[in-house]
Design a protein around this ligand. Structure first.
Ligand SMILES: [Zn+2]
Length: 206
């Protein structure tokens, strides 16, 4: 499978390509329209270790927009951040959670603008990986009577993957069953804690 658009390689001249290739985490490059132009071997390794293959290789080839993996509020905010990175030529550095039902994982993401605003290179490094601590994260049962809104949707945070509890105001719960298998009637947004943490700029503007 093709991993690098030859034309994109020219934009990487200020980066050490051997380093990008050898990095243990997933690294990907996108054009200024956010379509994939480069995938490092770490991308495929991550997909394989997380049971994403062969689906990832089949569906996420060069040319696919990285914004296709998000929707709604999440898409709007992510796009705003990426555009700011392109237009200001400032690196966007942040941490995000990407846990499974059993393992807590925290990643550091660096988004580097490339020359002449031609695209971005996105570097993901694992910083914490440990079993969930049940004292900090109480596992709740997948009880539809508590977590489904009036339109029949479960609302899950796109980052921490907690779900909104409709029986108690401002409560978001950890429901491992829905992290393992995301139901079809799930909509993704941000819980207030993640929104404030990841998008402080947007919070100030609002
Ligand atoms: Zn959250």
């Amino acid at each position: 499978m093709e991993r690098l658009d030859r034309a994109f390689e020219k934009l990487l001249r200020h980066h050490n390509f051997a380093f990008l290739e050898a990095h243990s985490g997933a690294i990907y490059g996108v054009w200024d329209n956010f379509r994939l132009a480069y995938l490092n071997p770490g991308w495929f390794r991550f997909a394989k270790e997380n049971d994403g293959e062969p689906r990832i290789s089949k569906e996420w080839g060069l040319g696919r927009s990285i914004l296709d993996c998000v929707s709604g509020d999440v898409k709007v905010l992510y796009q705003t951040k990426l555009n700011a990175c392109l237009n200001t030529s400032e690196v966007w550095s942040h941490q995000y959670e990407c846990s499974s039902d059993t393992v807590y994982r925290c990643f550091h993401q660096l988004v580097y603008p490339l020359v002449r605003r031609g695209g971005l290179i996105i570097v993901n490094s694992l910083v914490i990986e440990e079993l969930h601590d049940p004292s900090k994260r109480q596992a709740m049962a997948a009880d539809e009577s508590v977590y489904i809104d009036e339109n029949g949707f479960i609302c899950q945070c796109a980052y921490c993957r907690r779900v909104k509890n409709y029986s108690v105001a401002e409560r978001w719960d950890w429901v491992p069953e829905w992290v393992r298998r995301c139901p079809d009637n799930t909509s993704h947004t941000f819980c207030p804690a993640c929104f404030a943490h990841y998008f402080p700029m947007a919070t100030t503007d609002a």
